[in-house]
Write a protein that binds this ligand. Sequence first.
Ligand code: ME8
Length: 627
Amino acid sequence: MGQSVWYITTPIYYPSDNLHIGHAYTTVAADALARFHRLKGERVLFVTGTDEHGQKIQRKAEAAQVTPLEFVTPIVQFIQDPLWKRLGISYDDFIRTTEERHAKVVQAIFRRLQDQGDIYKGVYEGWYCVPDESYWTESKLVDGKCPDCGRPVERVRQESYFFRLSRYQDRLRDYIETHPDFIQPVSRRHEMLNFIDAGLEDLSVSRTGIQWGIPVPGDPDHVIYVWFDALTNYLTAAGYLADDERFQAAWPANVHLVGKEIVRFHAVIWPIMLLALDLPLPERVFGHGWLLIGQSKMGKSLGNAVDPIALLDRYGVDPVRYYLLREVPFGADGSYTEESLILRTNVDLANDLGNLLSRTTAMIHRFCDDEVPTLVAEADDGELARVAAEVYREVDEAMEALSISDALTAIFRLVRRANKYIDEEKPWDLARAGERVRLGNVLYSLWESLRVVSVLLTPFLIETPARLRAQLGLDAPVAHYREALWGYQPQGLRIRRGDPLFPRIESPAAAPPPPPEAVSSLISLEDFQKLDLRVATVREAAVVEGTEKLLRLVVDDGVRERTIVSGIRRSYVPEALVGQQVVIVANLKPAKLRGIVSEGMLLAASDGETLSLVAPLSRVAEGARVK
Ligand code: ME8
């Protein structure tokens, strides 16, 4: 089969309420992957949509005294525009399960499975979780509640059609065993194998007593179970039974991106439907983690949902996308806080990237009259070119592995290395000393690093790449990933300086600073001189696992490297500290914190919750005395 389209899907969301940033999280991640593959010149099919049938929606509509379609339509429209539009979601198809094209496919599949004896009629007796639209047997309930979401379940006894999952159990198990990449991350794969090994019961795939769904062909008292209906969307959108050429090119899907709570539907029920239809299985089902508020999952009905539109209004599209894509390793759970969004924007975007651009363009303006210098290759140290080449490869590998946050970490490694390169090479000294060749090479390398970054950031951010490129003097939008190769751009451009890329955000949540404490009792100069305060440079920084406040730093005090445990985690991301100078109390008695011996302390100004490290205004030698 000539599969030539890279096909990625998100779950289709229930339009039972407005969506929150948990839904935006999946959709932005899928969007970044879709944009990445397009940038590599591939044909992409990126599908998202809405799952509009089922008991939950029917009840919501009844409560609102409108028809289910009247209930969902404005929500669906809102999801398309403004929500996905403002977030820059570049979907190729938006599927609604209430569309005619979809009902046809669902009914055709149902009929075929019935004809081949995979669907049969019986009686279902057991429990149903309406919010999750899932069936449970008595023995699976936890304290009488839904084992997945902990909410109350309802007793159901009715005539029902059943899908013979049991018939395919062994084939599915073999498939998972022989296709180690099928279910990711690997922890979910183990969960699914255990689930299958516990034995698959035949699945009830129709309901009576509710009307809001696709009717069972030839038996209109039954509507088709909403998950059977919803999963089929992936085939409908690929053109199954409607457009053979489209379908042959797109199927099987390359990635079904889903939240971890619905991996079971995608890694057990869905592949069995496909096995029964003799269709190839998707290449990967990736179950990512949850955005948490405190310890709980953010959820529509849990009253803790964060509205993406409010965040877009406050911070703009790129900080929100950057935060969602960068903050949490893709696959793991992570806590959402607005403070961490602000911190990410300030540290990575405003400080590291914004400053690199403003410093670079300011120096090209001042020393080269806005003209980007030409590289004199024989005299170049090749340092930034080397890092850029590594990052080019790392981003590619990370995106293939769906490690989206690692891809961004790699890009910002180049940004940080370039900033450090300015500090090391001191272009202003080179200018003063008349070292024009070296100066030109340094400035060219900085400009070129930023150009490479503008290409690499293209799949992730919407507005920033073009704004960055405008200041670099580049007008053409990025067309292909290979443009991120060092030296791709012909030389001889002029920069156009502009506004800062990202203004620093002042934290709205920060408490007003407490009134300064009254000055305590006076001390003598000798008392003060007992303190051995020194400048040190941070060499390593990492979080102390299991703590909320602590970072473990290794600092160079000019004589040796020492470890200091410091309570600054809430105010600093560790990697941003590496290379920074700080002031330490060098003669503090060592103390053990969380099992780590801390040899000294960092000076920081405390402004309510926020801590700001104290540092010399210009770089000085490590070990310099502060007095
Ligand atoms: O489950 N953190 O729809 P849904 C991260 N209609 N992601 C989250 C999240 C959170 N706190 N909350 C939601 C359904 N999501 C079905 C899907 S597919 C054939 C049918 C994301 O509206 C995550 O992707 O409840 C999760 O799987 C999805 O939204 C659930 O959306």
